[in-house]
Write a protein that binds this ligand. Sequence first.
Ligand SMILES: [Zn+2]
Length: 166
Amino acid sequence: MKHTTLLTPHFTLGEFTRSAYAINHQLDNTPPAEAVANLRALCEHVLEPLRRRFGAIRITSGYRSPAVNSGVGGKPHSQHLRGEAADLFVPSREIGLKMYEFIANTLPYDQLLFEHNRKTGTRWLHVSYRSGDHANRRQCNPHYLAAASRLPGLATWRNIGRTIGL
Ligand SMILES: [Zn+2]
């Protein structure tokens, strides 16, 4: 399967497999077929609807082979290993919070995290989706939803009871 293979109309496989770490360390980051199917489900159920609302989405990390995952400091059972998770670039805290609220309120998801590297100042959203027989746990942090609801011009968060804290 090529990097240019479309998973869904607006996302290519290569967006989820490219990794600076893999290139720098000459590691193969080709996903197995099951991980490709999981990436496609993530695109269909989460990323395409998110894109319809917010415009183009930049994926900073998608699938990670075991070697890449351990190299970048991923958790041993990270959903990135199964192609169930993606990290999304957020241009600002405000837009990140709006995206967070939109996913938590309107989309199916397994886990949703707003992450922040204090050293570099980088922010990203980690979002995962499980297909098949696995129930999506809808794990998110209500703190961020509360913060989103305080942004000017944003609809008040009304579904906080649907979330479970981490
Ligand atoms: Zn992640």
